[in-house]
Design a protein around this ligand. Structure first.
Ligand code: HEC
Length: 188
């Protein structure tokens, strides 16, 4: 009798659990957590039977880089070194399409701090102790293209790198050329 009671308790608990989780087929589940859990991506501790290991936790072999990724060799170099070495392959491309691309990236990633016109008056600029500098007056006006590219790629002081956001190198150069057009506009 005792055993039966125990079993009955277990079964009713299980039933209660199932009902709580899925209240009938015609009703949606109650989601305590959101859909992040429903995605098909490998979860960190997922066991991969083929490999016989926690595949999600795999660390890439040492020294490997993702396909198509070229490490930036001036990342830890001072800007003075980078600016001499890096040439703008699109220095003459001020075509509307290229400048439009630069404006698009600039407005998304730079304007919040440096301002839509580049004057260092972005919407979040006033919140910073160290203000984002104006890109359209000296000394930055005098920086060469390589220096701009380097700052976008590796960051500078309190400004983070934007290489993860602006992945395409051509897009970074488009931003540089767009800043040049902002500088020219401000001189008028
Ligand atoms: C979150 C605010 C913020 C954003 C967004 C931002 N910057 Fe900056 N930027 C700064 C600050 C602050 C400095 C000054 C850093 C220092 O000297 O420590 C700076 C410095 C610079 C400089 C001068 C670098 C040097 O060598 O002295 C350039 C050029 C520049 N930013 C361009 C950009 C471009 C292009 C983007 C967009 C891809 C961008 N910044 C996005 C805040 C920002």
């Amino acid at each position: 009798m005792k055993l039966l009671n125990k079993n009955l308790t277990a079964i009713s608990l299980l039933a209660l659990f199932l009902v709580a989780c899925n209240a009938g087929k015609d009703q949606t589940n109650i989601e305590i957590f959101d859909d992040h859990f429903d995605q098909i991506s490998v979860k960190a501790q997922d066991w991969d039977p083929k490999l016989g290991m926690d595949a999600g936790m795999r660390i890439p072999p040492e020294g490997t880089v993702p396909k198509g990724f070229k490490p930036y060799k001036y990342r830890f170099q001072p800007p003075e070194v980078a600016e001499k070495a890096i040439k703008n392959p699109y220095a003459d491309d001020f075509s509307p399409a290229f400048i439009e691309r630069g404006k698009n990236r600039y407005d998304i990633y730079c304007a919040v701090c440096h301002g839509t016109g580049g004057a260092g008056d972005g919407t979040v600029a006033e919140k910073f102790l160290l203000k984002p500098p104006s890109l359209i007056v000296d000394p930055i006006l005098g920086f060469n293209d390589g220096r701009f590219f380097h700052t976008i790629t590796a960051g500078k002081g309190v400004m983070g790198a934007y290489d993860k956001q602006i992945r395409d190198l051509k897009d970074r150069w488009a931003v540089v050329n767009y800043i040049r057009t902002l500088q020219k506009k401000s001189k008028k």
